[in-house]
Write a protein that binds this ligand. Structure first.
Ligand code: IMP
Length: 196
C-alpha cells in the first residue's frame, strides 16, 4: 500500500518510518512531484494538518497523511503553539526560535512545556485525526545537536536529557509524534486486515 506523507522534513519522515514500519511504501512530496509549500495559516493544529492532507490528496488521489506539531508553554499563554515554526519571524529558523523562547522564559520559574502533534489521514473513505502529546520542560540553555526544532532545549518528563542529546530510538520512547503515529499504525493495520 502506498502512503503519501505530506512533508518536506526528512527528520519527520525518518521518525514516521521508524514507527509505522516497512509494510507500507512511503512517498514524500518530492516523490509525487509536489514542489509547492503548503501554507499553515490556521489557528489550530487540526486545521493546518487537514489542509495539508486534503491539498495533497486532491493533487494525487492517494491515501495521505499530514501532521502539524506545536510546542506549548503554559506560562507564556501557550506560546509558541501553532506558530512554533515561525515564532521568531522567519519560518524554520530554529536557533532564533529557541533564543526567543529562552529570552521570554528568563526569570520564570514555571518552565513546563509540552509538544502536541495532530495527524490528519485522508483517503477515499474520509478523514481521520490522531493525536500525541509529550510533557516536559524547557532548559536554561541549549544542549545537543541531534533532531531538529526545539529539541536542544526540551527535556521530556522521565528523562534528564534534552531530545537533541538522544538517539532517534531514545526520543521515540517519549515522543509526541511516536504516540500519534502509533495510533495511525493501529488504524492502518485494522483497515488493512478488514480489506483482505
Ligand atoms: P510543523 O509545523 O509541524 O513542521 O512544526 C512546527 C515546528 O515545531 C517545527 O518547525 C519545529 O520547530 C517544532 N517541532 C515540531 N516537532 C518537533 C520535535 O519533535 N522536536 C522539536 N521541535 C519540533
Amino acid at each position: 500500500m502506498q502512503l503519501v506523507f505530506c512533508t518536506h522534513n526528512a527528520h519527520k519522515l525518518k521518525e514516521a518510518g521508524s514507527i509505522l514500519g516497512q509494510q507500507f511504501e512511503y512517498l514524500t512530496l518530492d516523490d509525487i512531484a509536489y514542489h509547492q509549500d503548503i501554507p499553515e495559516p490556521y489557528e489550530t493544529l487540526h486545521e493546518n494538518a487537514q489542509t495539508k492532507a486534503m491539498t495533497v490528496f486532491m493533487f494525487r488521489g492517494l491515501p495521505c497523511f499530514a501532521e502539524d506539531t506545536g510546542l506549548f508553554v503554559p506560562a507564556l499563554n501557550e506560546e509558541p503553539g501553532v506558530k512554533s515554526a515561525r515564532y521568531a519571524g522567519e519560518h524554520g529558523d530554529s536557533l532564533a526560535n529557541m533564543d526567543k523562547l529562552l529570552k521570554n522564559l528568563n526569570n520564570l520559574n514555571d518552565r513546563k512545556a509540552y509538544f502536541r502533534t495532530v495527524i490528519c489521514y485522508v483517503d477515499i473513505h474520509g478523514i481521520k485525526y490522531f493525536e500525541g502529546r509529550c510533557d516536559g520542560h524547557i532548559t536554561e540553555s541549549r544542549s545537543g545537536d541531534s533532531g531538529f526544532g526545539y529539541d536542544p532545549i526540551f527535556i521530556p518528563n522521565g528523562s534528564d536529557q534534552t531530545f537533541a542529546t538522544m538517539t532517534l530510538e531514545q526520543k521515540n520512547i517519549y515522543s509526541h509524534r511516536r504516540k500519534a503515529f502509533e495510533e495511525v499504525a493501529a488504524f492502518l493495520e485494522k483497515k488493512n486486515s478488514a480489506e483482505q
